[in-house]
Write a protein that binds this ligand. Structure first.
Ligand code: ADP
Ligand code: MG
Length: 282
């Protein structure tokens, strides 16, 4: 379930707001430590390997394992536990970390719309330059995307796929009252984590053992635009996730970008809904 607030012990975690509270008091917590906590809590009971945690939290930055240990230690300090007798974060030797405390989902009267905060809190990345020569393409895509619900912008690196995706998402803001989630996939290399990564980066928390089905359920009947940028290195995995989400939801729309040389699934509808991006004409 994607929930607004998750409680354990005397703590409350509100992932979408990046808030950790004790009682009603906000705790100071570093951004990485908070990311680690969100990943662990969202998959409570599951042992998450150190490599997985590092790749989810640090994305494409190289970090030493020691760095993770330092952040876990600071997290433990904030939660007031010792590594000898952990109440919350258990270190499973040779395997990874596991959140072991019972979690309750706040049942305060949150409306369904408040439960899911996809995209709502994430601003679109800023465009570095004024866009040149994409008016006609943007006009066409602005009409096509909501109709087709799944489009992939394909073209060589540097041609302007990300730029067009951001500009298009910005134009379509009012079309998606459920929010726009821009997720850069460049930082993830493990396809098995793709669904959790998308949910986490978009401000959601998945707690079921079938994250893809859960994500689809939660997104169903919500008018959300999900932008998946830089899919080339895991296009097969993205295709499965994107096609499943589109098939199992009513209103979700997905805009993906991928480099030209990536292989597409010959029969998936991911393959036939692509748009070749060429150099702008003026
Ligand atoms: N139409 C455009 N007008 C102005 N600058 C652009 C345009 N398209 C791309 N750029 C610039 O070119 C660079 C590469 O664009 P980007 O969208 O990141 O390409 P891609 O995602 O295809 O690799 C960026 O610095 C971007 O700001
Ligand atoms: Mg790009």
């Amino acid at each position: 379930m994607i929930s607004a607030a998750l409680s354990f012990g005397s703590f409350t975690l509100v992932p979408a707001e990046r808030l950790l509270l004790v009682g009603d008091q906000r705790l100071r917590i570093g951004s990485r430590a908070l990311d680690i906590l969100i990943v662990l809590v969202s998959r409570a009971g599951e042992v998450i390997s150190k490599d997985e945690l590092v790749s989810l939290v640090w994305r494409n930055t190289f970090v030493e394992e020691n760095n993770l240990r330092v952040h876990i230690a600071s997290l433990r300090k904030i939660l007031g536990e010792s590594s000898d007798a952990p109440q919350y974060i258990s270190n499973v030797p040779g395997r990874g970390y596991c959140f072991v405390a019972a979690i309750s989902h706040k049942t305060s009267p949150v409306t369904p719309d408040e439960q899911l905060t996809f995209g709502g809190k994430l601003p679109l990345p800023r465009l570095a330059n004024r866009i040149i020569g994409r008016e006609a393409m943007l006009d066409l895509l602005e009409r096509q995307l909501p109709e087709q619900r799944l489009l992939t912008l394909v073209g060589p690196g540097g041609i302007g796929k990300t730029t067009v995706a951001i500009a298009l998402a910005d134009r379509l803001k009012d079309h998606y009252p459920g929010g726009i989630a821009f997720v850069d996939l460049a930082g993830i290399s493990n396809g098995a984590l793709l669904t959790a990564f998308i949910a986490t980066k978009a401000g959601g928390v998945l707690t079921s053992s079938d994250p893809l089905a859960e994500l689809a359920r939660q997104l169903n009947h919500r008018s959300v635009l999900l932008v998946l940028d830089c899919c080339e290195h895991m296009i097969d995995e993205v295709a499965v996730v994107a096609e499943t989400l589109i098939a199992e939801t009513q209103q979700l729309t997905i805009l993906a970008t991928a480099g030209s040389r990536c292989a597409f699934r010959p029969n998936g509808f991911f393959a036939c809904r692509r748009w070749i991006v060429q150099a702008p004409t003026k």
